[in-house]
Design a protein around this ligand. Structure first.
Ligand code: GMT
Length: 379
């Protein structure tokens, strides 16, 4: 198949998943065209069957904001026509679903070309941004006008159906992981540098937005640290980082907490970690938690959205109510009470991660594409 992929090229989970999906499809012989405003950050090297089309940034003194949607829709028309695409798969509904619908209509009317659209809902495109009255009418309309809609968890499917009155069905395809890349490698020298006195290593990876409740990571860590000598690695960057660094200073934890910023090889940091912390206020799946589990790191998380579909309470880690840092700290300590207990959780985390292996999930997308292409409904 010739597949066009539209996504955000940044560090967010939807962009990561879209890029890994495209690369995985290309490896299986499909031709994949990424269409976005910057090279997706995991698209690091040349790969056969992979093409990248940059959406031009048409700046004009009149514009306070460059009309990206118009430029993207025009680019989609161009790429679909000239590359002969069979399907467009757009990741994150806002604004990609409505832009794809616009391109589809133009192609049909002007060129007589039918292009099916699959929209994947990732989370905040529904739970935060999409449901906002400023966006909702367009988001719900364009989801309904997609030929196929997938959601990354059952929880997100349910929430989408509760939020909008949709006619369209939603098919659940979970996030996936490449177990060749995300595995527990031996990085003992690295561990020595970070935890020279055998401290336990906690890790948090996110884009430091409000929804991630990064302050809860620090506060729960402060409770744990009173009991067990530990260090905390903070990976990623975003709007809350300044505030979080200030919180560490206020709490006198600067020597225990390291802010490492955005990291490409996050698997190397996961490989030396003992506990992954994800206290999010909203999380449709929790790809970062899955990456940790694949590296045999048990997860201490909140219980929102799709997290319980990934992190099994008492088996791969623990889940607590949002904001309950006492429970999170208690759970972390219970995993770390002995080496045997930690090993038990590590093994279970890996076993669970294997369920979400790219080898199991990618064929679900291929089957879904085939079904959508065959259905050809002129909506
Ligand atoms: O909020 C983020 O972490 C980024 C966001 C995105 O769309 O880029 O991630 C969402 O999509 C991921 C991939 O499907 C999911 O694993 C994350 O759970 C989801 N984030 C939220 O729902 C907050």
């Amino acid at each position: 198949m010739k597949i066009g992929i539209v996504c955000y090229p940044t560090f967010g989970g939807s962009g990561v998943l879209a890029t890994e999906l495209g690369l995985g499809l290309a490896k299986k012989g499909h031709e994949v065209h990424f269409i976005t405003y910057r090279t997706p950050f995991r698209l690091t090297s040349f790969q056969e069957n992979v093409f990248y089309h940059e959406v031009s940034d048409l700046n004009y003194p009149l514009f306070e904001y460059v009309p990206y949607e118009t430029a993207l829709a025009s680019k989609l028309v161009d790429v679909v026509m000239h590359e002969g695409l069979d399907l467009l798969h757009v990741h994150y509904a806002v604004p990609h679903a409505s832009v794809a619908y616009m391109a589809k209509k133009i192609l049909l009317r002007k060129k007589g070309k039918y292009i099916p659209i699959v929209t994947t809902l990732h989370g905040t495109d529904i739970t935060l941004v999409g449901r906002d009255p400023a966006m909702a009418p367009v988001v719900s309309f364009s989801i309904d006008k997609s030929d196929g809609v997938t959601a990354v968890s059952h929880a997100l499917k349910k929430e989408t159906q509760e939020t909008f009155e949709l006619q369209n069905d939603i098919h659940v395809i979970h996030n996936f992981i490449d177990l060749n890349r995300f595995s527990r490698q031996n990085k003992e020298h690295f561990k020595q540098a970070i935890a020279p006195n055998g401290e336990r290593i906690f890790i948090h990876v996110s884009n430091f937005r409000k929804v991630k409740r990064v302050g809860d990571v620090i506060r729960m860590f402060a409770l744990v640290e009173k009991e067990i000598s530990s260090t905390l690695l903070m990976i990623g960057d975003g709007p809350d980082r300044y505030q979080m660094e200030a919180l560490c200073r206020e709490m006198g934890l600067c020597d225990k907490i390291r802010f490492l910023g955005k990291q490409e090889a996050v698997e190397e940091l996961l490989a030396i970690s003992d506990i992954f912390v994800m206290p999010s206020g909203n999380e449709s799946f929790g790809l970062a938690a899955l990456e940790a589990m694949a590296c045999q790191v048990p997860v201490i998380s909140s219980n929102v959205g799709g997290i319980p579909e990934v992190n099994i309470h008492g088996v791969t880690g623990y889940i607590s109510e949002v904001g309950d840092i006492e429970s999170m700290a208690k759970n972390a300590l219970s995993i770390l009470k002995s080496e045997e207990e930690l090993t038990k959780f590590r093994e279970a985390a890996l076993k669970q991660a294997k369920r979400f292996s790219i080898n199991n999930i990618l064929p679900q997308y291929e089957d879904y594409y085939k079904k959508i292409i065959e259905t050809k409904v002129y909506v």
